[in-house]
Design a protein around this ligand. Structure first.
Ligand code: NAD
Length: 344
């Protein structure tokens, strides 16, 4: 092991695993000469007890690394997320600790896009309802004409990053949908404008037959689709959220489904997970719910964990990892001159 950090400390660097990770990722870390320290459970107090020994953490979504927990990580060099979002890491506290926060963003793009497409198709074709009717012996439900066509319908994509773009492309090229995009941080090029229209959020909401949400949860995007915005949508439009629960007001969405203002919702993510018994979406007809499972194919989970492990090895071996979420940390003396592994 080249292990710059090991050389600095004279110890075998330790990777804390607050939750189990796939065998393939464990093997990669162990082959890299790292010691693995698994928390017995994901209670903050269990993780807190192990924090002082951690040089690195491979983090899934089941625990939040708060400022209080990060304060205990005296040796912490890096936190590597197995997924895309950073909303379960206090980034400012990680930077104050001197820890590089990184992720396997990109490893789940196709998988989550496929799930969003599955929800769009299942809603448009009314699969859960028709499945129930068929099993109940109501074969005549075929004459209720519940499924709708998507060809020629307008898809509104909120957030034109990796996943949003993939969903938009598939809907345009395979399903023949028109695409509208709202993403104030994306600079469209000529090629983008050849197949997608770029517009304001208000414009998108009033014109889209299907809205799919692909933005991170930030203070700016929390509650992005609130009651007034849901009311502005086309009557009977479909909505899909595979991003984060806090982006849509769940109470308002349940009411809009009830009134028919929204014709169907495909929801993979919830404000609180698992959703509490009283969550109105659990009882909402017209909603298809999945348990934050969009990225959780076996292939994707292995890909994400292995990439997260690779990022840990990068940092501990003295290389600049990809996807640093807190680039300001790289200004600290400890990380000056860090270069990507490929550049060596
Ligand atoms: P990404 O960073 O590639 O894209 C996010 C896009 O959102 C960017 O283009 C950005 O400009 C845009 N954006 C940011 N703020 C915005 C705003 N206020 N309004 C409109 N657009 C805005 O991320 P990605 O890989 O495409 O992932 C999107 C989101 O999907 C992630 O943030 C994550 O929360 C979620 N996700 C969920 C799962 C799951 O299992 N359900 C898995 C992976 C990712």
């Amino acid at each position: 092991m080249s292990g710059r950090l090991a050389a600095e400390s004279g110890l075998r660097p330790t990777v804390l695993l607050p939750e189990p990770i796939e065998e393939e990722a464990r093997a990669l870390l162990e082959q890299g000469g790292l010691k693995l320290l698994a928390s017995p459970d994901k209670k903050p107090e269990s993780v807190a007890a192990l924090m002082p020994q951690a040089d690195a953490i491979v983090l899934r979504t089941g625990i939040r690394l708060s400022a209080e927990l990060l304060q205990l990580g005296a040796r912490l060099a890096t936190i590597s997320r197995t997924g895309a979002g950073f909303d379960n890491v206090d980034l400012a506290a990680a930077t104050a600790r001197g820890a590089i926060v990184t992720s396997s963003i990109g490893a789940n793009t196709h998988t989550v896009a496929e799930h969003a497409l599955a929800l769009i198709l299942a809603l448009a074709k009314q699969l859960p309802l028709l499945d129930r009717e068929t099993r109940a012996g109501n074969f005549r439900s075929r004459y209720d004409y519940r499924p709708r066509d998507l060809r020629g319908a307008v898809l509104g994509v909120i957030g034109f990053g990796r996943i949003g773009r993939e969903v938009a492309r598939a809907c345009a090229s395979s399903l023949g949908m028109s695409v509208l995009v709202f993403d104030p941080y994306f600079q469209p090029r000529e090629e983008d404008r050849s197949w997608a229209g770029f517009c304001s959020l208000e414009d998108l909401l009033s014109r889209a037959d299907v809205v799919s949400v692909h933005v991170p949860l930030t203070p700016e995007t929390r509650g992005l689709l609130d009651a007034p915005r849901l009311a502005r949508m086309k009557k009977g439009a479909l909505i899909v959220n595979t991003s984060r629960g806090g982006l849509i007001d769940e109470q308002a969405l349940a009411r809009a489904l009830e009134s028919g203002q929204i014709g169907g919702a495909g929801i993979d993510v919830f404000e609180r997970e698992p959703p509490e018994a009283g969550n109105p979406l659990l009882a909402a007809a017209g909603a298809i719910l999945t348990p934050h499972a969009a990225a959780l194919t076996r292939d994707c989970v292995v890909r994400m964990a292995v990439l997260a492990a690779q990022r840990v090895l990068d940092v501990l071996d003295g290389f600049l990892p990809e996807n640093v979420a807190n680039p300001e940390v790289l200004q600290q003396e400890r990380w000056r001159g860090l270069k990507p592994r490929a550049a060596e």
